[in-house]
Structure formats: C-alpha cells, structure tokens
Design a protein around this ligand. Structure first.
Ligand code: ATP
Length: 373
C-alpha cells in the first residue's frame, strides 16, 4: 500500500516546443521523505516540481500521489502545496491574514480560519507576530510565513522551489535546520528544488541529481557523495578528483590504466576490457602527499599551486606537468607534520581501493568550469 504522501513518477517527459525539458524520469519518493532535486540551472528541476503540483501537464507519462494518478486533477485537488522562491506575501495583510487567506477563499468562517492560522503559526514559531505586517518581518520570518501559508491546506506533499535562495548565508544555514525540523515534525513529504550541493546533502533523506532533463543518480546523501555512479555526479558534487585513461591490463581483479598523462593508475576491475576508456574518481580526502615517489601506480608528481587552511583540514592543489590539477584535503595534524609550501615538488598518492571506476554521464552537460568546489 502506498502511503498518502508517496509520489511515483513514471516515464515522464515534458517538451516545450522544440525543447525537451525532462525525459525518461522514473522516480519513487517514499511517504514522509525529505527529497532534494539537485542540478545546475536549466536541468529541469522546476519543470518536474511544477508537473507534480499540476502547474504543468506532462507530454508523456504519469504521476501518482498516494497510489492514485493525479495527472488529470487540478492543482488544488492533489494534496500538494507549493512554496515559491519569492514568498509572494500580500503586503497589505497581517501575518495571520496572509496565512488564513486560502481558507477565506474556501469560505471557511472567520473564527475557524483564525484558529487554524494560529495553529500553523505556532508550528513555525511565529504566533507572537501574528498581527505584524510582512514589511515588519525579517527575511527568515517572512519565509516562515510563506511556509505557514503553504501548510494551512494540510498538504500530503509540500513542494519547495529554491526556498532558501533569497536568504543570506547565515540565515540559509539556520533555516535549513528549521525546515528539516518542521518536515520531521509534520511527517509529510517535502520535495525541495535546489542547485546547491551542501544544501541537498544536509537536508535530503533522498537526493536526486539531475542533468539536462535526466536523472543521473538518486539515493541517500551518503550514497550520492560517497558512491557517485558517473563522472558527472562525482564532478558536480565536488570533493572528487577524476583521472582518465585506457585499460592497459587486467590482472587478479585489478585494472591498470594508462593515463592520458602517461602515468599508470590502478583500480579494482569491474569487467572492463583491455583498451576500454576509463575514468577513475578519487576522493580528495583519500589523497596523501609525499615528498618521494610512492610506487609505480597512483603516484602523481606535481608542484604545489595553492594551500588553503580551513581549520581542521587543509586544501592543497597540486598541478601536474600537463597542467591538470589534483586537489587533496589533508587533516590539519597530518599536514602540519611536514607542512608543504607553494612551489614544493610533491607526489600525490592513494590506495587502489580508493579509486572508484566511474561510468560515463547519462546526460550531456559540459561541466568544465562549473565543477562544485
Ligand atoms: P533553474 O535552476 O535555472 O530554475 P531548472 O533546472 O529548474 O533551472 P527548468 O526551469 O525546469 O530548469 O527548465 C528546463 C528546460 O526547459 C530549460 O531549457 C528551460 O529553458 C525550458 N523551459 C522551462 N519552462 C519553459 C517554458 N514555459 N517554455 C519554454 N521552455 C521552457
């Protein structure tokens, strides 16, 4: 039995004239899940969200909420509610009247709608501000009014389109925790569109990474960051280095790859044939820096180009002779045992088990210059 707020997206495609906005979208979002749709601008996140809400009609496919198709239902009858990026509060109405507005439209009596609006304001801790006008609130408070306004219809699914993007850095991080707390408190599904990787990792029970109208990978935050399936996901999520080459030999479950830079890399083989192209991802925190070469594989000589101290870790960028870069994230105590300085010649090394074979991306987004840092 599907829970009330379970969303099933089946073979969804949406075209706008000649533009394919999304295609081949298949996804199940469990009831009560905090799901983040993550991807660069134009990848189709908002289109997908708007189709769930009923603001767009799919060109193909079906959407089920709580086990029933909603494709032919109007926006107000799907059990969804949408919170927009611009809070779109009515400037001439008090906080309470803003929140109660949709009940007024449904002709709910005055005392009943005030009571319900107070209840929802309590949930977002804004009850004491019920009589204020929107302009008398901070950005974070306005956002909570917008949230309360979306929640008053008792949705099974709340849809949030870049809900934190108008807030400053400090408030954004504060509101991340608040939104997640409210979602857990209510126990309903939230689908949150964002193009910010740390936001999706911090908030999502489920993270769906999109690229040019496709889903590249979906899973828990730990899976998405720690086990990227494709080169695109590794580069887009950040925190990974990628080296490329051709399989030169496969022996005892280990592949030896000859890099485009002429170096040899080792990785656990997963059925690749000799001569196949291969990308290997290595997490930045799995790289160690040594003064001397460390064997014939996975030892990359380079010059230290930049060092950024970040408190409990240090980010070190090493440039190879062919100008490619490797980034290592070294724990502070390890770094300060033998601190490198810019211009030092070092070897970046990692163990074979830390090399992850990456598939080719499903989409075609060119990430060069856009990789998350
Ligand atoms: P952003 O983060 O910039 O909002 P997004 O990932 O939400 O981007 P969408 O807004 O869903 O992306 O757009 C996906 C694609 O569909 C884009 O190429 C966009 O130009 C196109 N598109 C979206 N809406 C329309 C429309 N109404 N008419 C024509 N093309 C559209």
């Amino acid at each position: 039995m599907a829970g009330d707020g379970e969303i099933v997206i089946r073979d969804i495609k949406k075209v706008f004239g000649p533009t394919v906005a999304v295609e081949d979208i298949n996804l199940t979002i469990p009831d009560g899940c905090y799901c983040c749709l993550l991807g660069p601008s134009g990848c189709g996140k908002t289109t997908l969200l708007r189709m769930i809400a009923g603001h767009e009609t799919p060109s193909e496919g079906d959407i089920l909420i709580g086990g029933s198709s909603v494709i032919h239902l109007p926006t107000g009858s799907r059990g969804t509610s949408m919170m927009f990026q611009s809070y779109a509060l009515f400037p001439h109405l008090t906080v309470l009247d803003n929140v109660a507005f949709s009940l007024k439209m449904k002709r709910v009596g005055k005392s009943e709608r005030r009571e319900q609006a107070f209840e929802v304001l309590k949930r977002v801790q804004l009850e004491p501000m019920a009589d204020r006008m929107p302009e008398q609130l901070s950005g974070g408070q306005q956002q909570r009014v917008a949230l309360a306004r979306s929640l008053i219809t008792n949705p099974k699914v709340l849809l949030l389109d870049e809900p934190l993007s108008a807030l400053d850095e400090y408030l954004r991080i504060h509101m991340r925790a608040e939104l997640k707390f409210i979602q857990q408190d209510l126990g309903i599904s939230f689908i949150h569109v964002t193009h910010t990787q740390p936001e999706a990792l911090a908030m999502g029970d489920m993270v769906v990474v999109m690229d040019t109208g496709h889903i590249e990978q979906s899973g828990t935050a730990v899976e998405i960051y720690g086990q990227p399936r494709t080169t695109y996901v590794a580069e887009f999520m950040g925190g990974w280095n990628v080296v490329s080459g051709t399989v030169a030999e496969v022996n005892n479950g280990e592949a030896t790859i000859k890099g485009g830079d002429g170096l040899l890399y080792g990785a656990k083989a997963s059925g690749e044939a000799v001569g196949a192209d291969m990308n290997i991802g290595i997490r930045r925190d799995k790289i160690h820096l040594k003064r001397d070469a460390a064997g014939d594989k996975n030892s990359v000589a380079g010059v230290v180009h930049a060092i950024e101290y970040q408190g409990n870790w240090v980010k070190v960028t090493v440039v190879k002779p062919n100008d490619e870069r490797l980034v290592a994230v070294i724990e502070d105590h390890e770094f300060f045992q033998d601190p490198a300085t810019v211009g030092d010649n070092l070897h970046a090394t990692w163990s074979i088990v830390d090399g992850r074979v990456l598939e080719k991306a499903l989409g075609s987004q060119n990430l060069i210059g856009e990789t998350f840092d």
